[in-house]
Design a protein around this ligand. Structure first.
Ligand SMILES: Cc1ncc(COP(=O)(O)O)c(C=O)c1O
Length: 407
């Protein structure tokens, strides 16, 4: 299936950007570089059945992705991840409907693969040779793998405390892997300087339009997997903001195509963050439309290390537009929530993604979520990426050859 990409704009300036050349800049005033599609032509050419007949990967949404030749996508089989009903959790919490979207099943272990597959595909089409970016770990591992597959050189500036899983992915996949020592908030500017100096493509958060398009497929999948209905609330562990923005972009696209059964239904966005780095929660509570850089970051190694989220204005706008909520939880709460999810439902989340469940527990307590709602918890990464963050396993030594006691 071909792409119906029509044009690329900057949301704050109405500037039209070229679709056939690399777009690598930022919009003024925290705007978003956005891909737009020919919705009218898609309406007459493409049906939901065409999508259902597509591959069991996010490439089933090729008509509404920017790659021009999806048959030659840089793919490792990402997306179309399980959307699992969580009956034991529903019973425990007295909720009517809780769904868990298990993004840990992506090739590198996190949802970052969605952005990487679409961006690497488009970069290769556009002839980009080297990309550079900064990451708290998960995106670094993912981009290294997709760049290896695409034949693109990758330079990663990773956080000093990145988890070993991400460091190994990045380095084994052949990315030049730097560890940024000192304050993480300087990493973005280092990447921009390196890109300017060496002519590399800066694929940092929201510096280009393709990563967002990949991440938005989470929203497309939620809609399709719920039988073309939208949930009432989506809990999203938010760092830079791309995933949350993408999910709600997808909902709007699906609604504008007329594919959603109740076209007026408005899901709420619930942002979850760690208390040790919660610029979005703070700004939302204070009624601000922009975040202030979070100075003393104190979070577990892994994602959600975004002291000044590049997508802050758009996320805050979406929170207000959807009458959403923003909840900060402690690291301990997220570890406990991860343990609860694996024990009750068998899904093993990384702690940063378990902030969604920890956030739901808080939301139930303070009444900001209605127990009758259809709730989706985004589990953006696997616990396998994050083993060092978990407590030692509970093990019982037993002598070889002795009898195992009954339960
Ligand atoms: C596992 C995981 N979940 C969520 C996020 C948040 O990403 P974003 O808000 O940019 O979509 C990150 C990265 O920070 C992550 O690694």
């Amino acid at each position: 299936m071909k792409s119906y990409l029509l044009h690329i704009t900057c949301s704050t300036s109405d500037e039209r950007l070229p679709i056939d050349q690399p777009v690598n800049n930022t919009c003024p005033d925290g705007g978003i570089i956005e891909c737009h599609y020919d919705i009218e032509r898609m309406k007459s050419d493409v049906t939901k059945d065409d999508i259902a007949a597509g591959p069991a990967s996010l490439w089933r949404y090729a008509p509404i992705l920017p790659a021009q030749d999806p048959d030659h996508a840089v793919t490792l089989g990402e997306g179309w991840t399980p959307m699992l009903r969580a009956p034991k959790l529903e019973k425990l919490l007295g909720c009517k409907e809780i769904w868990v979207k298990d993004e840990g099943r992506n090739p590198s272990g996190t949802f970052k693969d969605r952005g990487a597959t679409v961006a690497a595909t488009r970069f290769r089409e556009l002839g980009i040779k080297t990309v550079v970016h900064n990451s708290s770990g998960n995106a670094g591992g993912s981009w290294a793998m997709y760049c290896a597959r695409a034949g693109i050189d990758c330079v990663n500036l990773l956080a000093e405390d990145s988890l070993i899983s991400s460091l190994q992915q990045s380095s084994l996949a052949g990315a030049k892997t730097y560890m940024v020592q000192g304050h993480w908030k300087h990493a973005g500017a280092m990447v921009q300087r390196a890109a300017d100096e060496h002519g590399w493509f800066n694929c940092g958060t929201l510096k280009e339009p393709y990563r967002l398009e990949g991440k938005k497929t989470m929203g497309w999948e939620i809609a399709e997997q719920l039988g073309w209905e939208l949930p009432d609330a989506v809990f999203y562990p938010t760092g830079g903001g791309v995933g949350a923005i993408g999910i709600f972009k997808a909902f709007k696209e699906a609604q504008s195509l007329g594919w959603i059964n109740d076209g007026n239904h408005k899901p709420r966005l619930v942002v979850t963050q760690y208390e040790g780095c919660a610029p979005l929660v703070k700004a939302f509570r204070e009624g601000k439309d922009e975040t202030v850089t979070w100075e003393d970051m104190n979070v577990l190694p892994g994602g959600l290390k975004s002291p000044k989220p590049p997508g802050d204005k758009e996320v805050l706008r979406t929170l207000r537009e959807t009458e959403g909520a923003a909840i900060a939880v402690s690291s301990d709460e997220s570890i406990e929530a991860a343990k609860l999810l694996i024990r009750l439902e068998g899904v093993f989340p990384c702690p940063e993604s378990a902030t969604t469940l920890a956030g739901l527990l808080r939301a139930i307590e303070d009444g900001s979520v209605n127990k009758d709602e259809r709730i989706v918890l985004m589990i953006t990464g696997s616990g396998l990426k994050s083993i060092p963050n978990f407590p030692e396993p509970d093990l019982i030594p037993i002598e070889a050859g002795t009898d195992v006691p009954g339960n």
